[in-house]
Design a protein around this ligand. Sequence first.
Ligand code: FAD
Length: 433
Amino acid sequence: MLKYEVAVVGGGVAGLTAAIYAAKAGKQTIVIEKQDRLGGRAVSNKIKGAYFNLGGHALYHGDALATFRELGLRLQGNQPSIDGYGIWKGKLLTMPMGFKSLLTTSLLSWKGKVELASWLAKFGKLDTHRYDQISLRDWIEGNLHDPMVRNLFYALLRTASYVAAPDMQAAGPVLQQLQHSLQGVLYLDRGWGAIIDELREIAAKHGVRMLTSSKVVAIEHRDGAVQHVRCEDGTLVEAKHIILTAPPAVAHQLVLNAEATALHAWREQAIEITAACLDVALRRLSKPKQQFVYGIDQTIFLSNQSRAAYLSDDGAQVISVIKYQGEEKNPDKDLHDLEQTLDLVQPGWRDELVAKQYLPHITVCHDFLHMRRQHQPGPAVPEISGLYVAGEWASHGELLVDAATASAKRAIQCILAREYTERKPENANRNIV
Ligand SMILES: Cc1cc2nc3c(=O)[nH]c(=O)nc-3n(C[C@H](O)[C@H](O)[C@H](O)COP(=O)(O)OP(=O)(O)OC[C@H]3O[C@@H](n4cnc5c(N)ncnc54)[C@H](O)[C@@H]3O)c2cc1C
């Protein structure tokens, strides 16, 4: 039996972030991870000298970047240029990402160019929270007139959020994500595994114990308060506070009598988003100018991540191609579409292939802010004292890894607020955060 003040289930970005903030607040903290390495979906795989993330990853100017900076991560890497191409009817055409490319692109009529120019001028100042309650489709159809301007916004917003469900997706968060992406994103040297290496180092420095290869099988509670985390190998961890960063369905499964708690509603309302990802390392690019491509009439995105980051020990170029999946998933067709995109953008790529990774169906997020959502998940599970959730699915409007870090901090703030009021009950109604 191990005894800790805070036990965190899951050692991805959310779990490590929560653990570091808990430890910094003086709590004895343990992270329990079922895999044999930390990182969850933010790991990088090194194959034949090339660093592959689990699909193309870019760090936006959102909560995660601010959190990592606050924690002292070095985050080496660079910002790629956002100039690129769009695929329309099987052709590569200049994507209008700024005023110069807007003038030269053949994707838009003059009328479309004028409309897009006016949006480029005002988009950065848009108050996106006004659109949290309407769908992305309603925002686009209600605010944009030119059909191609609409197509371009669908492509950009899909790429910024990884979600290809405009009828379901709330407009506000994804518009904000596009604002962040237009400020430029960061591609990281050696991939996102570098974030995990740094988070692990900082966690260790603050005394966090990290248990890997330990699958949690139950969260036990009695009289409305958490008691133990039970692992498959029999390890029992007693903790006053338990933070679950596993997906909503797993969290529900682990907690005894979860049907009687908010975990049930959070699981029921969750909508999972998946993608098919093909990453390749190429010795040489046949078309060095064609490194950043948005699908306009198809849900595809291609980026040469090596143009801004160190991703291979022998100079190979690491290119990520992603297909955003809707309801339909067909691994063979998806692979065919991804390879066809490479054929179009980098003809002859097969002859230059050094290494390759194909993920036919990976979960990008287990939930997000959508029109069918009734409740914001977490931070506390109200029916069980000491139980909290975090992870990208516990988003309160943030997207992707920003939701992972923001929800982790919410859980810790909730723990600290609870302890504060337990120490001084007269402060119960004061806001300490
Ligand atoms: C293809 C792809 C592309 C992406 N691109 C971007 C991007 O460009 N920008 C961006 O911001 N974000 C991106 N993301 C999202 C980002 O990777 C995730 O939001 C983030 O890594 C999620 O962190 P997490 O800690 O919430 O979840 P996870 O990383 O999934 O961590 C949860 C952890 O819990 C562990 N676990 C589960 N069950 C148990 C159990 N029973 N016992 C013990 N441990 C358990 C898991 O093994 C895992 O390690 C992308 C994701 C994918 C898949």
